[in-house]
Write a protein that binds this ligand. Structure first.
Ligand SMILES: NC(=O)c1ccc[n+]([C@@H]2O[C@H](COP(=O)([O-])OP(=O)(O)OC[C@H]3O[C@@H](n4cnc5c(N)ncnc54)[C@H](O)[C@@H]3O)[C@@H](O)[C@H]2O)c1
Length: 415
C-alpha cells in the first residue's frame, strides 16, 4: 500500500514508521517545513522513534510539505492537532486547513481516515462536507472513517501493534477498508458502527483518566489536611485484586490530551442541552493542583523560616511526564510562573528539556541545580533520578510524585 499521513507529530511519525516497517510506503505531509526537512534527513523529534529507526525506513518514507503528493496514495490518515482556543473551546483550525487542502487533491477510490481526537459528529458533519468540496461523494466515490489514536508517548509495554485499534466507518464499506488497512500494523482491530461511536470512545477513555486522577488529587488534598500519607493509602488500596484501579495524585495534568479533550465533549454536549458537570468538575480539580503545589512549597519554606521571595527553588523535571520532552500544558510551567510571580528565583534540571525559553532558563546539571538551593521540588520523575543524593544534598525537598515514598527524611515534604 501507499499510505498518506498528514501531520507528522507524536501520532503521525510513529504511524508512518509502522506502515513503512510493515513493508508499505508512506507519503508524510506536514505544514512545518523545518520538521519535514529534519525528518527527511533522518532526524526524529519523537522520542519513541529514535533516529536509527527512522533512517531504516527512509527509503519508503517521503516527508513533504506538498499535499499534491497525496494524490498517489490509496489511503490518507489525518493526525493534525486539535487544540483549544484561548477561551477553552475546540480550535478546529488545523483540521479545517488540512481537510480543505486534502480536498484539492482527493482522488476517486481513496480512503480518508481521521485520527485526531475530536467531538462525536465531527467526521460526519464537518470533515465529510469539507472533503466533498472536491466534487466527489463520500461513501461512494471515496471512503471515510474515524479511528482514534491511543499512543501513550514513552510507553514500551503496549505499542501501536499490540494496542487494539477502534475503527468507525461512514458506511460498512468504509469501515471494512479502514479495518483492512490497520490490520497491516495492528494485531487487533475493533470495528464500531459509526465514526461518532469511535470519536466518543476516545473521549470516554481520556475522560475516564481525567476523572479518576481528579478523584485521587482531591483525596491527596484531603490527606494533606488530615496528616495521612496519600501514597501509602493508594499503595494499600491497590492491593485489592478487583474493583479498584490505581491512579496517582500529582501536580496536575499535562500533554495534548487529558487537559484538552474533555472540553471537546462538554462543548459538543451543550449543543444537546446536556451539562457535563462531572467532566468539568474533574477538569477544575486537576487545574487547581499547580496552585495547591505552590501553596505546599510556600508552607514548606515557611517551616524553614524562609519566604518564597528571594528563595532559590530548584525544579526537577519540567516536561509533563516521565521520559519525554513534551511541555504541552505541563504543570511545571504553571508552578514556575506562580513561584516567579511571588519573587522566587527558579533553576531547573531536566535532561529532556534543554531550555525553557519563555522563562529565559536553561537546564542546569543535577549537582549544580542543588548547589545553594533553598528547596528542591520534584515535579516530574525522569528515569535515573537519584533520590538519595537529592535528599542528602538539598536542605528541603518537596515531592509531588511519590518518588520518595517510604522515606522519613526530616527535610522531606510529600504531596
Ligand atoms: N500526543 C499524543 O499522545 C496523542 C495521543 C492520542 C491522540 N492524539 C491526538 O492526535 C492528534 C495529533 O496530536 P500530536 O500529539 O501528534 O500533535 P503534534 O503537534 O505532535 O503534531 C501535529 C503535526 O501536525 C502538523 N500540522 C498542523 N497543521 C497542519 C496542516 N494544516 N497540514 C499539515 N500538517 C499540519 C504540525 O506541524 C505538527 O507537526 C491530536 O488530535 C491529538 O489530540 C495525541
Amino acid at each position: 500500500m501507499k499510505i498518506g499521513v498528514v501531520g507528522l507529530g507524536y501520532v503521525g511519525v510513529p504511524l508512518a514508521v509502522a506502515f513503512c516497517e510493515a513493508g508499505h510506503s508512506v507519503i508524510g505531509v506536514d505544514a512545518d517545513r523545518a520538521r519535514v526537512d529534519a525528518l527527511a534527513r533522518g532526524e526524529s523529534h519523537v522520542e519513541d522513534i529514535p533516529d536509527a529507526r527512522l533512517r531504516e525506513v527512509l527509503p519508503r518514507f517521503q516527508p513533504t510539505v506538498r499535499y499534491a503528493e497525496l494524490s498517489r496514495a490509496e489511503a490518507v490518515i489525518i493526525a493534525v492537532p486539535t487544540p483549544l482556543t484561548p477561551n477553552r473551546e475546540p480550535d478546529l483550525g488545523p483540521l479545517t486547513a488540512s481537510a480543505t487542502a486534502l480536498a484539492t487533491v482527493l482522488q476517486r477510490g481513496q480512503l480518508v481516515v481521521l485520527e485526531s481526537t475530536t467531538y462525536p459528529g465531527y467526521t460526519r458533519e464537518r470533515l465529510v462536507p469539507l472533503l466533498e468540496e472536491s466534487g466527489l461523494a463520500a461513501g461512494s466515490d471515496f471512503n471515510v472513517a474515524f479511528s482514534p489514536e491511543r499512543v501513550d508517548p514513552g510507553r514500551t509495554d503496549y505499542t501501536l501493534r499490540t494496542t487494539p485499534k477502534v475503527v468507525g466507518g461512514l458506511t460498512p464499506e468504509c469501515r471494512e477498508r479502514a479495518v483492512a488497512m490497520y490490520r497491516a500494523v495492528c494485531d487487533e482491530v475493533v470495528p464500531v458502527s459509526t465514526p461518532d461511536a469511535a470519536e466518543l470512545t476516545k473521549l470516554l477513555e481520556n475522560i475516564f483518566r481525567s476523572v479518576n486522577i481528579a478523584l485521587v488529587n482531591e483525596i491527596a488534598i484531603m490527606c494533606d489536611r488530615m496528616g495521612i500519607d496519600v501514597w501509602e493509602v493508594v499503595d494499600a488500596a491497590s492491593t485489592k485484586p478487583y474493583g479498584f484501579m490505581r491512579f496517582e495524585p500529582g501536580p496536575g495534568m499535562g500533554g495534548h490530551c487529558l487537559p484538552v479533550d474533555p472540553f471537546y465533549l462538554s462543548w459538543r454536549a451543550r449543543e444537546f442541552d446536556v451539562q457535563t458537570e462531572f467532566i468539568e468538575l474533574a477538569g477544575e480539580v486537576n487545574a487547581r493542583m499547580p496552585h495547591f503545589c505552590v501553596e505546599k512549597i510556600t508552607r514548606a519554606l515557611n517551616e524553614h523560616t524562609k519566604p518564597v521571595r528571594g528563595s532559590r527553588i530548584a525544579v526537577l523535571g519540567v516536561s509533563y511526564k516521565s521520559g519525554i520532552s513534551d511541555l504541552r500544558e505541563a504543570p511545571a510551567l504553571k508552578i514556575i510562573r506562580l513561584l516567579t510571580e511571588q519573587g522566587g528565583t527558579i533553576a531547573y534540571h531536566d535532561d529532556f528539556v534543554p531550555e525553557l525559553s519563555e522563562f529565559g532558563l536553561t537546564s542546569e546539571p543535577f549537582d549544580d541545580v542543588l548547589d545553594h538551593c533553598d528547596v528542591a521540588v520534584i515535579v516530574t520523575v525522569h528515569p535515573g533520578l537519584d533520590v538519595d543524593k537529592l535528599l542528602e544534598r538539598a536542605p528541603l525537598v518537596v515531592d509531588f510524585r511519590g518518588a520518595t515514598a517510604g522515606s522519613t527524611a526530616a527535610n522531606l515534604v510529600r504531596l
